[in-house]
Design a protein around this ligand. Structure first.
Ligand SMILES: [Zn+2]
Length: 391
């Protein structure tokens, strides 16, 4: 049932395009080997039974606690589903549930639905240290002011896979938009996840891109980055602050990056805020990027031979620590090495095990526990195996 959407301010055509569907479960990580999904399904059934049996007042406190936990873990799809169920059962708890669902919608980039839940709540906040609804509504209004003005939907049948906001109808933008169905199909197939209505923002110039990025994420981009993907949003900018276009439209780098960033988005959607070692996150993104840019595999093989001959591999500690991984002096090597390690991992255990590992990262206490459970060994053992494997 289409509802919601940005309201006010925009042009007519934009209004009608920015409708976001509500109440639909967007993440369908439902295929074989997806333990988290099975666990979630059991929890959902359990929650429904509890919902039917329990006394409303007693249930409220634990429900709000559970929903607040889901939000703090970044498990937005699950939070939206639960809030929607509870809203039907306990309309008297409308304010808090709408607030929580609005925040969860914001987390997956469904800003229109977020606004629809939050705007009627005025300055309401469910707990003293949470921001008032009006503050988030103002943020969405600011994002709308900064967002590119044109909108295009990328559909498969009746499903909207991407809603693209773009500044310029030029060859660069068109080439990027043309990559999205490929990204959805290939990356979705890799992770066994399919998502609806991912918001994509394609900016022409760096200044507005930076302002939008800051409003949306609450932080400054660390250094110039023309492409990014997080739990619900893909964001690109054609020109750097000097006005130069860094990624040539249609190049391997350009094509690979579209899938690379979508991989990060899908991965975050499964993990929420759960930690993932940077080498695995970047390695899987590079594997996905290579699905659109097969040359990357040949280049990685060449790099591996050269680095192995020079004996320059980074230690595991540099591959698991974000600061060391992304430091200027090591990041090139770290990316190359992640790609090689992840390709080796997949070649040894298969894609299904790697996806199982990803799901376990979301549910286990720490990465090593997830490695142990999925692969029967900790990261350090895997690192040694990879390091001593004949290349
Ligand atoms: Zn990346």
């Amino acid at each position: 049932m289409p509802r919601g959407g940005y309201t006010g301010g925009g042009q007519e055509s934009r209004e009608s395009l920015v409708i976001l569907r509500r109440g639909a479960r967007t993440e369908k990580a439902s295929r074989k080997g997806n333990r988290v999904t099975a666990a979630r399904a059991i929890r959902t059934i359990f929650a429904t039974v509890v919902l039917m049996l329990s006394v409303p007042i007693a249930a409220h406190a634990s429900t709000f606690h559970e929903l607040a936990q889901l939000l703090s873990k970044g498990l937005y799809d699950e939070a939206i589903e639960k809030c929607t169920q509870w809203l039907e059962a306990y309309p008297e708890a409308n304010g808090r549930l709408r607030y929580l669902r609005g925040r969860a919608y914001h987390g997956i980039g469904w800003f229109g639905s977020a606004e629809e839940d939050l705007a009627p709540l005025g300055d309401f906040a469910p707990w003293p240290n949470w921001p008032p609804a009006s503050e988030m509504v103002a943020k969405i209004a600011e994002m709308r002011r900064l967002a590119p003005e044109h909108v295009k939907e990328i559909k498969s049948g009746n499903r909207v896979l991407f809603r693209v906001y773009y500044d310029e109808d030029n060859a660069w933008t068109r080439a990027l938009i043309a990559m999205l169905p490929d990204a959805w199909r290939k990356v979705g197939n890799f992770y066994k996840v399919d998502l609806d209505e991912t918001a994509v923002f394609i900016f022409g110039d760096a200044a507005r891109y930076n302002a939008f990025f800051r409003t949306w994420s609450g932080r400054f981009a660390k250094h110039w980055q023309w492409a990014g993907g997080e739990s619900g949003v893909l964001i690109f900018c054609q020109r750097d602050p000097s006005g130069a276009t860094l990624a040539k439209a249609g190049s391997d780098y350009f094509r690979g990056t579209a899938l690379h960033e979508y991989s990060h988005l899908v991965c975050r959607r499964v993990l929420g805020h759960a930690p993932i070692p940077p080498w695995l996150s970047e390695g899987m993104a590079s594997v996905c990027g290579a699905l659109a840019a097969p040359q990357d595999i040949i280049q990685n093989d060449r790099d591996v031979l050269r680095i192995a001959a020079e004996g320059q591999w980074l230690p595991l500690e540099a591959m698991t620590d974000r600061d060391r991984f992304y430091a200027n002096e090591t990041s090139n090597l770290a990316y190359t090495q992640s790609f090689a390690m992840t390709r080796y991992l997949i070649s040894q255990v298969g894609e299904a095990k790697v996806i199982q590992l990803l799901n376990l990262l979301a549910s286990e206490a720490n990465p090593d526990a997830a490695f142990k459970k999925a692969l029967g060994m900790e990261q350090a053992q895997f690192y040694e195996l990879w390091l001593h494997a004949p290349s």
